[in-house]
Design a binder for this molecule. Sequence first.
Ligand code: ATP
Length: 274
Amino acid sequence: MISVDSLSFRYQGAEQDALHDITFTVKKGEWLAVLGHNGSGKSTLAKCLNGLYLPSSGTVTAAGFDTRSDETVMQLRRRVGMVFQNPDNQLVATTVSDDVAFGLENAGIEREQMRKRVKESISLLGLTGLEASEPHRLSGGQKQRVALAGIMALEPDVVILDEATAMLDPKGRSEVLAMIHTLRERGVTIITITHDVSEAVDADHLLVLKDGRTVTHAPPKEVFRDDAILAHAGLVAPYAVQVARALQARGIALPDVMTEEELVMALCTYTQKT
Ligand SMILES: Nc1ncnc2c1ncn2[C@@H]1O[C@H](COP(=O)(O)OP(=O)(O)OP(=O)(O)O)[C@@H](O)[C@H]1O
């Protein structure tokens, strides 16, 4: 679904590449989380994936479209939706329904079909009952869900969330993370850009960047157990992983865990056994 081959990108006037020789693929229905500290190139990569930025060298193909092709750029944008960090910058209409319909109107979708897709998308994102609400009166998490509903109405193949939870409180953050799981169940390919390791534990693969270069591209379990990789990338393992490893180092026989829920379950099993 996404194929990035030897991608390098340099901002105009910059002395070095913001992305250097990046290669990876993402299969249909997979979730890739891109991790890295500030300035590692995550957002630049996200914008390369839907053609907002074009490669200085190498190629990016998303949903079957080469991002450099002028003829297919509109199809590419429809197939590859993007949610950004600030929910307030993404909502354009005066009601939730109109906002969700906005992209469909631009795409020239016929009225009856548009109504149907808006309704479905609002329901999928758990916004039923808020159709007539003014978007600016919603919570941050609800606003991001409206932005996602607008994208889902266009029936995309890929959804990229660029730090989409960064400005949200814990409730809003868990709302958006829950929606990622919903989209995934529907077979949508997901790319999340984050510097919060705990938000990446459920992804199929992690792409870890440092100074615009790939540090590793591997499943979360492999990455989070590799101290050398984490230290090199300036990251720390998720809290549950750290606690489990500290207990294992003290001779407590726990399995490897990734989330706080898994840690609690492992501790319950351990205490029942001993
Ligand atoms: N518009 C721009 N012009 C020139 N250089 C830029 C521009 N935007 C980003 N950069 C540079 O490109 C590099 C990668 O930036 P990018 O924003 O992609 O990193 P990031 O990992 O998303 O960072 P953050 O976590 O802070 O959002 C950095 O060195 C940054 O200074």
